[in-house]
Design a protein around this ligand. Structure first.
Ligand code: HEM
Length: 367
């Protein structure tokens, strides 16, 4: 092929130019044959794409915030104040970053519970599920570490309370507290650590795991839920390009609309600068996505059968998280194509636990 005169090849000249140098046939073949199952639950397939879009928004706005943010106890609060008040469109970037973080976690919960209820974790998608649960954990880590960065009063005390809970983790609790805080107390050392987690460690690990998650999804294709597999209805599929991709794009536009409206009309509060010597204000609460765990810890009595309540509650949450992570290996019936009502009920109970306790926590905060 003559790659020297691209203009002669009209609109596709760029593609031809690239193809003359790189073999794109595998990608072409993949795109031509990739399809997505169509059935009454297909709507849930859009949430993974929305999460991906929001992750990209986080990376882009995070890099912009980094241009002015300063990670020290002396300068962090003032640098955020400067971003919001002085930097052109800084207020918008900060609001979008904060709102997109919350939307991403909300979308991830929907993505996870829908994948669970459609039993999308069953063989051969065990690793897609495991990588997904770890990605949710990492996203919660982003939320927890990012919350402290403005070094305002609310964030300071929420981090103090949050890291105190870590102290009750069996065996390694105190070591974990020292590791997170960089000492016995929440200080500038904690801020520097959280900054490191937030902008280096977590993005690196998340990007690697996300690549694995997406690679698995692409190589295995989307699953059909067992109820659709078993039904008499004819099985229908939709080409990924352009039909499904355009619908995905529509999902991105919808979430972008929601995001920009929230960012423009509901500015993210900055409050007052943290004062480590001030007493802990009453009613300190974590971000909404930690409320269910926080409420659960409060609900468990101080002592159960002479064992410390908080210890029991943390052990229970840890064990439940482990079972949730390993669900594809425990639900063997689903993988053999058999109904598994026990796991359906486990999913329903998990949703009631998370949403119910989040609501209780929210009602406590807003009586
Ligand atoms: C940053 C976080 C995540 C991103 C960007 C992401 C992205 C995606 C995308 C784009 C898909 C294909 C479309 C779809 O099914 O919605 C997908 C599929 C899937 N995801 Fe995620 N995901 C994330 C986290 C999670 C979590 C937390 C779980 C569950 C614990 C999970 C489990 C799955 C499963 C099982 C599939 C396959 C669905 C099927 O084949 O039917 N993902 N993910």
């Amino acid at each position: 092929m003559d790659a020297g005169n691209p203009k002669q090849r009209g609109g596709n000249w760029l593609l031809n130019w690239v193809e003359a140098r790189v073999d794109l046939s595998a990608i072409r073949h993949f795109i031509a044959k990739k399809t997505v199952p169509m059935h009454r639950h297909s709507i849930w397939y859009y949430f993974g794409g929305m999460a991906l879009f929001l992750f990209c928004v986080q990376v882009a706005t995070g890099i912009l915030l980094l241009l002015y943010y300063r990670p020290t106890a002396e300068a962090a609060f003032e640098s955020v104040q400067f971003i919001v008040a002085e930097v052109e469109f800084g207020w918008l970037i900060r609001n979008v970053h904060s709102w997109a973080a919350n939307l991403m976690i909300a979308v991830l919960f929907v993505h996870m519970f829908s994948a669970f209820m459609m039993k999308a974790y069953r063989q051969p998608r065990e690793l897609t599920w495991v990588s997904g649960v770890l990605l949710l954990g990492l996203s919660l880590g982003f939320g927890f570490s990012g919350y402290l960065l403005p070094w305002n009063e609310l964030a300071f005390f929420a981090t103090k309370v949050g890291t105190e809970i870590v102290n009750d983790v069996p065996v390694i609790g105190h070591w974990l507290l020292l590791y997170l805080r960089g000492g016995e107390e929440v200080t500038g050392a904690t801020l520097t650590r959280f900054f490191g987690f937030h902008v280096a460690v977590l993005p690196m690990v998340t990007t690697a795991l996300l690549a694995l998650h997406l690679l698995l999804v692409q190589s295995q294709g989307m699953s059909r839920p067992p109820s659709v597999e078993a039904s008499e209805e004819p099985k229908r599929d939709m080409p990924f390009v352009p039909q499904f991709a355009l619908r995905d794009l529509l999902g991105w536009l919808v979430i972008l609309g929601v995001l920009v409206s929230l960012a423009a009309f509901f500015p993210w509060e900055l409050g007052t600068k943290a004062d480590p010597f001030a007493p802990t204000p009453a009613g300190i609460q974590p971000e909404w996505y930690f409320l269910f765990a926080f409420e659960f810890l409060k609900l468990v009595p101080a002592e159960v059968f002479s064992i410390e309540g908080e210890f029991l509650a943390i052990a229970f949450l840890g064990l439940a998280g482990l079972v949730w992570l390993l669900v594809p290996f425990l639900d063997r019936r689903s993988s053999r194509g058999l109904p598994s009502p026990l796991f359906t009920w486990f999913g329903v109970l998990a949703m009631i636990f998370v949403f119910g306790l989040t609501l209780v926590g929210w009602l406590h905060a807003n009586p």
